[in-house]
Design a binder for this molecule. Structure first.
Ligand code: BGC
Length: 347
């Protein structure tokens, strides 16, 4: 195996963005760029041995800077939304940047995703990226040192390990926002992909995509992926939650079944399968609902609605305002650690 480092582009202020390329001996290639600690590409063979990139995003820095909807990016320090951009911490109100409709805080206003991280290769199959977020950034308390390690293994796994420490009490919730299309191209949408999600409950949302607080059973709803079901089978149902979000954009409460992946996605034409494992309590299934063909992705292909799906492993959205959800408040000096693995197979 090997890790290669090359130039990817220059930021508007001249800062260099680097590209790390890691290959294993089965023909899998993982690429990571230092802007946003982004998973830039993941090349994998299909059932005929043809190698394609199974991520949807941009070929160059220009796309990442001008069109991004978080394609491939690491999101922190708090992924997804916080209602009214505020919550209480140690009896004091924390007011965050309200970057969505002037109301909610989405993806911490992009701070970690838009930063150029430091990075260095580790051994012959990993890269570690680090970023320090200043105290008060996007309104969060505490200077935070964060690290993300990407490893490609010989058994075709991409492991993403996150760690972070803040010098003040704060909430911490990292994710990776890769859009996958297992067909190997964004020419067709992902509605024919078959998904199994080990989640008997999900968190329905209000009109601002904030969880209502209910943990709703998926049974007899279009949210039931406990048996393998195509993403498109019920996506156009007249279900109030689906209509409001134009598709799936919901957090599922993971059951963490011993010996099983938390999510499995299969694309029948290419034969590619993606398994997702995480130690986090939730995953956001987002089916690229707001893509509408106006932004141009890799290979000059317009990103149409549902061109990719995301499985963003996470604490539930708006956790700081829901004492009943699994909590993600970390004390000053207390380490946040988590791991998500994407495993690639072909059948
Ligand atoms: C959110 C979507 C949002 C997308 C891109 C997802 O995590 O749940 O609502 O459109 O990220 O920002």
């Amino acid at each position: 195996m090997s890790v290669n480092v090359s130039f990817f582009g220059n930021m508007p202020d001249g800062k260099e963005v680097r590209l790390f390329t890691i290959k294993n001996s089965n023909g899998i290639i993982l690429q990571v760029i230092t802007l946003g600690a982004t998973l830039q590409a993941l090349y994998t063979p299909d059932k005929y041995g043809r190698v394609n990139d199974i991520t949807v995003g941009f070929d160059s820095l220009y796309g990442h800077l001008n069109f991004t909807d978080y394609q491939g990016k690491v999101v922190g320090r708090y992924a997804n939304r916080i209602a009214n951009g505020s919550f209480m911490m140690n009896g004091k109100k924390v007011q965050l940047t309200q970057n969505e409709k002037g109301k909610t805080c989405l993806h911490s206003a992009g701070e970690f995703s838009n930063a150029v991280w430091d990075a260095e290769p580790v051994g012959d199959n990993a890269v570690v990226l680090s970023y320090t977020s200043p105290d008060g950034a996007s309104g969060f308390d505490g200077k935070m040192d964060a690290k993300v390690k990407y490893t490609l293994t010989e058994d075709n796994k991409v492991e993403i390990e996150y760690s972070a420490v803040s010098d003040k009490d704060t909430v911490i919730n990292f994710t990776n926002h890769t859009y996958f299309n297992l067909s190997g191209s964004a020419m067709s949408d992902v509605l024919g992909h078959v998904l199994k999600l080990n989640a008997k409950k999900f968190t329905p949302t209000d009109e601002d995509s904030i969880p209502t607080g209910q943990l709703r059973s998926v049974f007899n709803t279009p949210f039931d992926f406990t048996n393998p079901t195509s993403i498109g089978k019920r996506i156009h149902d007249r279900d109030a939650q689906l209509v409001m979000c134009r598709g799936y954009d919901h957090n599922f409460c993971l059951d963490h079944v011993d010996g099983e992946a938390d999510a499995v996605v299969y694309e029948p034409v290419s034969g590619r399968q993606l398994k997702v494992y995480t130690d986090l309590p939730g995953v956001q299934l987002y089916t690229g609902n707001f893509l509408d063909g106006t932004i141009i992705g890799k290979g000059g292909i317009p990103l149409i609605q549902h061109a990719g799906f995301c499985l963003e492993t996470q604490y539930y959205p708006d956790t700081p305002n829901h004492p009943d959800f699994p909590q993600c408040t970390f004390k000053a000096g207390e380490e946040y650690k988590s791991k998500t693995t994407f495993e690639i197979n072909v059948f």
